[in-house]
Design a protein around this ligand. Structure first.
Ligand code: J2J
Length: 544
């Protein structure tokens, strides 16, 4: 049993009081917590289906009952309101029960993903002093309990497996008679989302009950969903796209059932859609391509009316194929875990749906586009956003993280856009130092840092090269060290080295190039960016 509650320092930079007041007056913030929203949805339809996966299904009343018992179980273990939890939960009914239980008990979850590994989880623990880490049972790809056991910290370790190794608690034992918990502040911290980051250290994104629930409601409205809809969580459920756009939480709090598909294969997704009569789901572009390749089974998709595609550029050539080949409407989604979400709408002309990322989901989203000198421009430039569900600062932000916000509270997205009439966004590129590999974001800095830890590497530059399937793939350009005693490092050696660094599974090198020297640029961070750009241009030209 853990005795001391983790500290909960005032880490939340709130909206200025005048903005907060107006968001409340306009009804965007309702002064409701996520627990209250879920209970309200359950009260309006207790016997309706809430969540299902291939092995389990729960009505709203059953979901609330299971979450109440688990919340009490968390309290019995010594967890306190305000503690931080790191749940790494796969897409299954347990995801909804555990997340609801954490919120019922006033515990703040980090939206960690099953694909995260030692490096990311250790960084989350260090930043939050998390009181508990919850992992899946060991599977064919990864021994989660062993990973959890090896991580530093005195956090409790819970596994979803039915049995647990020494030092871990099986989730089946996290259960007790329901109890009352102290009221939670709706304007307080509800969730720590994960930034995709452009530096090595993942930044955490503090989302409040008020703002996160509003994002979900605004997306439900923008998608014109009703209680007759059913959402399939195909992408990892804790990712902001699948959680609140409107995703798992947006749907459940609106009384819309959520179907989980644990295995990422089109065959299983199609079967789930057919079995559960799913009406909408969300995908990243490369996964949408795999759906098109499997579209021989199009009859299985008969119930699907809306396919959301986002997370990375959806090329028009892909966008144009969705409706004719899959028989459902495409909705482009452009969002960020920091806040602002934009999407195309049912009544948009086809050219807008194919060629743009639509308009923001809230009338209170403020957008501006600035040129390289920071001045507003009518042409292409960096998108900056501010509004009722866009954060004003990262969690426990250092100086570098604070630079992501302007003095007047706009978030610098790092995305290059053109704004078309009606606030319609057309994403044209990015200025941030990041690789978008099929919707999964990779900080070149982090991979470079790992590569430089190899004794055979003198210098390393990591960059994204264009790729027709993934949008971008990751390439490392290496200068070997000239130490006489060591064998020159090989491609295989570096791939193995990266795999041994405890990084999330998607942080991979697709290609490695060895060179004798880099084109000469200056020193410092900007020069590094210039070097990446010069090498990207060179390698892209060679590939043509
Ligand atoms: C180009 N780039 C895009 C798009 C995101 C909904 C949908 C996606 C996310 C997400 C999300 C893009 N075209 N359609 O949180 O709620 C890139 C941009 C953006 C970054 C944010 C949501 N959609 N992007 O992808 O936090 O560069 O959120 O700034 O993972 O993804 O990434 P993330």
């Amino acid at each position: 049993m853990r005795t001391a509650a983790a500290p909960n320092p005032p880490d939340l930079v709130r909206w200025p009081s005048a903005s907060a007041r107006s968001y409340r007056e306009l009804g965007f913030w309702r002064g409701e917590t996520i627990s209250q929203a879920l209970r309200r949805a359950a009260e309006s339809d207790p016997h309706g289906l809430a969540v299902a996966d291939p092995h389990n299904r729960l009505t709203f009343a059953e979901l609330i009952g299971a979450a109440d018992r688990r919340a009490a179980g968390f309290a019995e273990l010594g967890l306190r309101p305000g503690d931080v939890a790191i749940p790494q939960l796969p897409n299954c009914v347990e995801f909804a029960v555990t997340m609801a239980a954490l919120w019922f008990a006033g515990i703040v979850p980090v939206a960690a993903l099953p694909v995260h590994r030692e490096r990311e989880i250790a960084a989350f623990i260090a930043q939050t002093q998390a009181a508990v880490h919850i992992v899946p049972a060991a599977d064919a790809l990864h021994d989660y309990p062993a990973m959890a056991a090896g991580l530093p910290g005195d956090q409790l370790r819970i596994t979803l497996g039915s049995t647990a190794p020494a030092g871990m608690i099986p989730i089946s034992q996290v259960s007790a008679s329901p109890r009352d918990f102290p009221a939670t502040d709706p304007s307080g911290l509800a969730l720590l989302q994960c930034s995709t980051g452009s530096t090595g250290v993942p930044k955490l994104i503090p989302r409040t009950h008020d703002d996160y629930l509003y994002a979900g409601r605004a997306c439900v409205d923008a998608c014109a969903l009703t209680k007759d809809d059913r959402y399939l969580a195909a992408l990892p459920a804790a990712h902001n796209f699948a959680l609140i756009s409107p995703g798992v939480l947006g749907c459940l709090s609106a009384g819309i059932p959520v179907i989980f598909s644990p295995t990422p294969s089109p065959g299983d997704w199609f079967a789930a859609i057919e079995r559960e009569q799913v009406t909408l789901t969300s995908l990243v572009p490369p996964v949408a391509l795999t759906w098109l390749a499997a579209a021989g089974r199009r009859d299985a998709l008969a119930s699907l009316r809306l396919l959301q595609i986002g997370g990375a550029t959806c090329p028009p050539a892909l966008a144009e194929r969705i409706e004719p080949e899959l028989g459902c409407r495409l909705q482009q989604m452009f969002g960020m875990a920091e806040g602002m979400i934009a999407c195309t709408r049912a009544d948009d002309p086809p050219a807008t749906v194919v060629n743009t990322q639509g308009r923001p989901v809230s009338p209170a989203d403020e957008l501006r586009v600035v040129d390289a000198t920071g001045r507003p421009t009518a042409g292409e430039g960096e998108l900056q956003v501010r509004g009722p569900y866009t954060i004003r600062a990262y969690y426990r932000a250092d100086r570098e993280a604070r630079a992501a916000f302007t003095a007047d509270g706009f978030y610098r997205t790092g995305d290059l856009v053109r704004l078309l009439p009606g606030n319609v966004i057309c994403v044209t590129g990015r200025v941030k130092d990041q690789i978008n590999r099929g919707g999964e974001k990779i900080a070149p800095d982090e991979l470079e840092d790992c590569l430089l830890r190899h004794p055979g590497v003198y210098d390393a530059v990591v960059l994204g090269l264009p790729d027709t399937f993934l949008g971008e793939r990751v390439c490392a350009v290496i200068i070997r060290s000239k130490t006489a005693e060591s064998e020159p490092v090989s491609v295989r050696g570096l791939m193995d080295h990266i795999r041994s660094q405890g990084l999330a599974g998607y942080k991979v090198l697709d290609r490695i190039e060895f060179v004798a020297a880099y084109p000469s640029v200056g020193v410092g961070k900007t020069a590094r960016q210039e070097l990446r750009m010069a090498l990207t241009a060179q390698l892209t030209k060679e590939a043509r």
